[in-house]
Design a protein around this ligand. Structure first.
Ligand SMILES: [Zn+2]
Length: 243
């Protein structure tokens, strides 16, 4: 998971169309079946394509999955499953863009906490780095919840439901972390030796942020709380001191 850009508004035309389809579902005598049919027809229809394009744009270069950041997305995810929440089947705010392995893992799971709030973290509409961090081995791990005196429940459950700690993903994260640390170390040395300008170093950071290989790791260390860890901290203080 990584922090994604804010979800933009859809065009009034698309919102109206989604609203019309939602009305058909909520007025139906069998909303679950109606939601399945209407969604399947819409997904294949031309009018729905701008929605897919908008989701693809939000997931950035390489269209990495909004849950695992590891594979190319190909599936529209209903954050609240349409089997339990047919009224949200045609709602823009309920859509994410994810890969097939994550979709297969999640299926219709959507646990609810004792206070009725969602347990699954929504990477588009929430601050994911409240719940996760990247540890020293490059693993995506749940943060510690002081009140609970345990790892945070939403982080644990989200990782479990989606399988965010799949071995292949954790290995890829470690590889991306090691690579980033090496690049950052080299860049610091070059700037200090006056062999690379600060502005060229900043361009490197912009490029690393966009690269589609486990972008969750780059987001954590280059945009998120990981900026405070070495060697990232040293890089940003060097770049900021120069401006
Ligand atoms: Zn995925």
């Amino acid at each position: 998971m990584r922090q994604l850009p804010k979800r933009p508004k859809l065009s009034p035309l698309l919102e109206r169309r989604l609203g019309e389809e939602t009305l058909k579902i909520t007025r139906s005598t069998s909303p679950k079946e109606e939601a399945e049919t209407i969604y399947a027809n819409s997904r294949a229809a031309a009018w729905f394509k701008p929605i897919i394009a908008a989701l693809g744009k939000l997931s950035g270069m390489g269209a990495r999955c909004m849950y695992c950041s590891g594979s190319e997305s190909s599936d529209v995810e209903h954050y609240r499953p349409k089997s339990s929440f047919p009224e949200y089947a045609m709602t823009w705010k309920n859509y994410l863009w994810i890969c097939t392995p994550c979709n297969r893992a999640k299926l219709n799971q959507f646990p609810i906490a004792a206070d009725d709030s969602a347990i699954l973290i929504n990477p588009l509409d929430e601050n994911v780095w409240r719940y996760f961090y990247i540890d020293e081995f490059g693993n995506l791990s749940p943060t510690w919840d002081v009140q609970r005196d345990d790892y945070c429940l939403r982080g644990i459950k989200t990782a479990e439901i989606i399988g965010l700690d799949r071995q292949a993903l954790q290995e890829a994260r470690r590889s991306r972390m090691d690579d980033l640390k090496e690049k950052v170390g080299d860049t610091i040395a070059l700037v200090k030796a006056n062999e690379l300008t600060v502005s060229a170093a900043k361009s490197r950071v912009v490029k690393w942020r966009k690269q589609p290989f486990q972008p969750d790791v780059a987001d954590y260390f280059l945009n998120g709380p990981g900026r405070k860890e070495q060697p990232f901290k040293a890089l940003f203080s060097l770049l900021n001191a120069a401006t």
